[in-house]
Design a protein around this ligand. Structure first.
Ligand code: FAD
Length: 385
């Protein structure tokens, strides 16, 4: 049995604590806040790839569906446009989506979207080994951007929708990789799911199951950093100065809190092609996006990207006046600015022996399924006691 300290009790910390306690390790979770959950306290959060959570639940006790109501979201989305048109997109149904698009925008529009989903299918097959953490997986950088794929769509409203898969992360379709087509592919193939009782229920079940397996939770216990002996971790130093000793540490707080040189940067994986021109310094690019839920029908929302790669700003009119919303940079870790950052996250294994990274700031990235996957990659790596 190893002593393992997990820093953070958000989704990554909870999944890691549960899996490691179930493996028989002596697990202590250090959480800076007064309760578990982290970003899961913001409702509602529809998610894809429920299989990742199902897998954890099945391996550690009663199956997910016996503990929680997890239901498909239907329709998966409603796209509304400035010209007053809109379409409801059915969940996990490529043929239903094709029919809905043909009906809303004219025959043949569904087939255009099918081509995007087929692109996503190819991207997923290439990315999957990398996302699942298989060593050595490195898809060739294509240099193709999401805007390149959008340009192949004749229907301008579909171009706006596809671009929104980048803009929703605060990224610019002109620099975001074309591989983001995996998002509509995953939604339409594996569905979009939600927990109608709220994600706090998921948090409660994970925390209770981890405690049942022997994990200890310490709240109001902010970690200042890892305790090191040369290139080996020996524990975690709390902000108050106390050291909690450990043979292994799973760090799910921001990797930026770690001393420089520890995290293994995946830089270069998705290099843009050499001839790709950056916007001139100081220039601002604007793209049009589907209407946010609270926007005034008929208004034309736009997303602006500063050339320095900083957070995007979405501007739109509501019945209460004009709204300027700056994309939050913390929600998706380092993804604001250019979404290529998603593919350049620090690896789960660090340069320090025994110190692992999981959570939205590490590989494979933010969002419920990817964060749960990061915990699975790390806990499988640590293995059974
Ligand atoms: C408003 C909002 C909407 C979202 N919508 C969706 C959605 O629709 N679908 C989806 O899939 N995902 C969504 N997400 C993203 C998803 O919620 C996150 O990617 C995921 O919950 C992150 O989990 P995490 O454990 O990596 O990080 P966090 O939830 O941030 O957990 C980190 C934990 O570590 C603690 N901590 C931080 N620093 C320290 C320290 N020094 N010492 C000890 N503890 C520390 C924090 O208090 C926190 O509890 C959304 C996020 C937000 C904020």
């Amino acid at each position: 049995m190893a002593r393992v300290v997990v820093v953070g009790a958000g989704l990554a910390g909870l999944c890691s604590a549960l899996a490691l306690a179930d493996f028989g390790h002596d697990v202590t979770v250090l959480e800076s806040g007064p309760a578990p959950g982290g970003q899961l306290v913001f409702p509602p959060q529809p998610f894809t790839l429920p299989a990742v959570l199902r897998d954890l639940f099945r391996k550690t006790g009663r199956p997910l569906e016996r503990e929680l109501d997890v239901v498909p979201v239907d329709p998966a989305a409603r796209w509304v446009f400035a010209d007053g048109t809109g379409v409801s997109v059915p969940n996990a149904s490529p043929s239903g989506t094709r029919r809905a698009l043909d009906q809303a925008f004219g025959a043949g529009t569904g087939a255009q979207w099918d081509a995007v989903v087929a692109h996503g299918d190819r991207s997923w097959r290439e990315l999957r080994p990398l996302v699942l953490g298989h060593a050595g997986a490195k898809p060739a950088p294509s240099g193709e951007t999401l805007r390149d794929v959008a340009a192949s769509l004749r229907e301008p409203r579909l171009r706006a929708v596809l671009g929104s898969y980048a803009t929703r992360h605060g990224a610019d379709p002109a620099t975001a990789p074309a591989a983001l087509t995996v998002l509509p592919y995953l939604e339409q193939t594996f569905g979009v799911w939600t927990v109608p009782d709220g994600l706090t229920r998921l948090v409660g079940v994970l925390a209770a199951r981890a405690t049942e397996r022997g994990a200890t939770f310490r709240y109001d216990a902010p970690a200042a950093g890892p305790a090191l002996d040369g290139k080996r971790v020996t524990g975690v130093v709390l902000a108050g100065g106390e050291t909690v000793h450990a043979d292994a540490v799973v760090w799910t707080a921001s990797p930026r809190l770690l001393p420089g040189g520890i995290a293994d940067d995946r830089r270069g994986l998705f290099r843009r092609r050499r001839d790709h021109r950056e916007p001139a310094p100081g220039a601002v690019r604007t793209v049009v996006t589907p209407l946010p839920a609270d926007a005034e029908p008929g208004s034309t929302p736009s997303v602006r990207f500063p050339a320095d790669g900083g957070p995007a700003t979405i501007t739109y009119d509501t019945p209460d006046g004009r709204v300027e919303h700056v994309a939050p940079s913390a929600v998706h870790g380092a993804a604001a600015g250019r979404v290529t950052a998603i593919f350049r996250r620090p690896a789960n294994v660090t340069r320090v022996r025994g110190l692992y990274l999981a959570g939205a700031g590490a590989h494979p990235g933010p969002g419920i399924p990817l964060v749960a996957l990061s915990a699975a990659i790390v806990t499988d790596r640590i293995g059974r006691a």
